[in-house]
Design a protein around this ligand. Structure first.
Ligand SMILES: Nc1nc2c(ncn2[C@@H]2O[C@H](COP(=O)(O)OP(=O)(O)OP(=O)(O)O)[C@@H](O)[C@H]2O)c(=O)[nH]1
Length: 310
């Protein structure tokens, strides 16, 4: 039987890793799964966190999956299939990838007898959908247009705006199932196989819209977004770390759109997750000393000074 490929797309911080953890817990727990992580930093924070759950994780950390590997992506997938014979391959592209590129690469005829794209799921942060469409439409629209299933996240933060978000999505994609239920009230199987769109899953790989992968988009992603990876020996108190992250919002050099890291504090290791206006610092068992940031016009030195300096 062909290995099923599930692509979990979504803009920065939408909830891709959170959904993958839910899929692994609830639906794929008895299956042999290989996860392909295409994180934006030099070091994949998501891979480190997911690997600690005992899953086989492959990392691709330099730019967009299909461009960084270009022709080799198919080869890499073939090797994975040969080596692990997985039941499922789950791909988490970086938040600034285009879903059409990933699906196109995965639908290469050479892979067809071995593997097949079964799910194209895009997570849309309901709270930030309009903002991201306005500012980063080139990437975000592609993720919405090419999805078979669209799952809203953070619906609890803006319940009265869900109708508007639904309309924004429908204007771009008339065929996808749109799921707006809170995630704790929905089983992962319902997300992968929504009742009303079984057909979509069977033939999900046929709906590829948009452009060819001509490598120009990879450069444009890198032109538009900066990534900064900071490795620090500093051991902050949790309060001080939070204060520095808050200060990050006020620095003069550019805008941080997403930050995440595993850092050591005086209270133990923590998982730091940041989106504008939303800082979360939780203790974690995975060790690390790295913070990855993505944004616009970032000043590396200023940021490194903030997290490494006194
Ligand atoms: N309130 C709320 N928080 C969420 C939801 N989904 C994810 N989060 C939180 O948002 C942060 C980012 O979630 P991730 O799952 O890492 O998002 P991602 O899409 O993998 O992020 P990238 O690193 O940009 O690829 C984490 O702190 C999550 O706990 C949601 O539905 N509601």
């Amino acid at each position: 039987m062909a290995t099923e490929i599930y692509v979990i797309a979504g803009f920065l911080g939408a909830g891709k890793t959170t959904l993958i953890q839910k899929l692994l817990r609830e639906t794929f727990k008895k299956e042999k799964v290989v996860l392909i992580e295409n994180d934006f930093g030099e070091i994949s924070i998501d891979a480190a966190l997911l690997r600690s759950g005992g899953i086989e994780v492959r990392e691709i950390n330099s730019g967009c999956i299909c461009c960084s590997l270009s022709g080799d992506f198919v080869k890499a997938l073939q090797e994975l299939l040969d080596r692990f014979h997985p039941d499922k391959i789950v791909i988490e592209p970086s938040g600034v990838s285009k879903l059409s590129d990933i699906v196109k690469a995965c639908s290469d005829p050479r892979l067809q007898p071995l593997a097949e794209v079964k799910g194209k799921i895009t997570i849309v942060d309901a709270n930030r959908c309009a903002l991201y469409l306005d500012n980063f439409g080139e990437f975000f629209e592609d993720q919405i247009r090419n999805a078979g299933i669209i799952l809203l996240s953070r619906t609890g933060d803006c319940p009265e705006e869900i109708k508007d978000v639904y309309k924004l999505i429908r204007d771009l994609n008339t065929h996808a199932s749109i799921l707006a239920k809170p995630w704790d009230q929905i089983n992962a199987a319902e997300i992968l196989f929504p009742q009303d769109h079984c057909h979509e899953h069977t033939h999900g790989h046929e709906h590829i819209h948009d452009h060819d992968c001509d490598h120009s988009h990879n450069h444009s992603a890198e032109d538009i977004f900066d990534t900064v990876t900071i490795q620090t020996k500093r051991v902050f108190s949790p309060e001080e770390l939070k204060a520095r992250v808050a200060h990050m919002e006020r620095i003069t050099g550019g805008t941080v759109l997403r930050a995440k890291g595993i850092l050591r504090t005086s209270g133990g290791y923590v998982n730091l997750q940041y989106l504008p206006g939303d800082i979360r610092i939780t203790s974690c068992t995975t060790r690390g000393n790295t913070l990855c940031l993505i944004g616009r016009n970032l000043d590396r030195q200023e940021l490194a000074g903030l997290f490494s300096g006194e």
